[in-house]
Design a protein around this ligand. Structure first.
Ligand code: CO
Length: 211
């Protein structure tokens, strides 16, 4: 059997199993989705958001890219964010990185990797903001994992710098922002930052006054 056919076979047996276990499962989700969470995570196949949080279809709205970045010119991420905040009115947004992230690791090298240089450039900036702290660390792996934590914090800050979040904080008193790092060794999510609605930013220049 071709490997991709296994996916279709597995899908069929899953559908059958769900119908037997919970006959309403599909019809219940047919016309509504009402997730409380937006998840912005890494594309890494080892960090599947619904599996590691044990959430079901309909519970979590998901955007993934290399190294879980919130880039202020990324129309894809911004469209997901706007829809999640303004239409779905999610209560929590989670930016989730993971230790050993290949994207962050690549950004720490001097290798040119083609198109992806432009994406990784955003992580190199995070390194530059925190270089004193990172360069005090001795082991390469420790440096990498600290940059992964700092990157998650920075991306949560980037969310708070969007007019989408600031407007919603003023008019809806939500959503809460969270930054977590997933540990591939034990499957545990480790919180790094929480930003409740109305939190101050790292510099007032990012605060809009006409929302
Ligand atoms: Co990754």
């Amino acid at each position: 059997m071709e490997v991709y056919n296994k996916l279709l076979e597995e899908n069929k047996s899953w559908s059958k199993k769900m119908m037997e276990k919970e006959p309403e499962f599909f019809s219940k989700l047919l016309n509504v989705q009402n997730p409380q969470f937006l998840w912005i995570g890494c594309s890494d196949s080892r960090v599947p958001p619904d599996v590691i949080t044990q959430t079901k279809p309909g519970e979590i709205f998901i955007h993934r890219n290399i190294a879980n970045m919130v880039v202020h010119t990324d129309l894809n991420m911004l469209s997901v964010l706007q829809y999640a905040v303004e239409v779905l009115k999610v209560h929590h947004i989670i930016v989730c990185g993971h230790y050993g992230c290949g994207g962050v690791k690549a950004a720490m090298t001097n290798h040119s990797l083609g198109l992806i240089n432009k994406w990784l450039r955003n992580i190199k900036d995070v390194y530059r903001y925190h270089q004193t702290e990172i360069e005090l660390l001795k082991e390469e792996e420790t440096k990498l994992n600290r940059l992964i934590e700092l990157n998650v914090v920075e991306q949560v800050m980037n969310l708070a710098k969007t007019s989408i979040i600031q407007k919603s904080w003023i008019h809806e008193n939500g959503p809460y922002l969270h930054g977590w790092v997933y540990d591939l060794h034990d499957g545990i999510l480790r919180p790094q930052i929480d930003m409740p609605p109305g939190s101050r930013l790292d510099h007032p220049i990012f605060e809009y006054d006409n929302l």
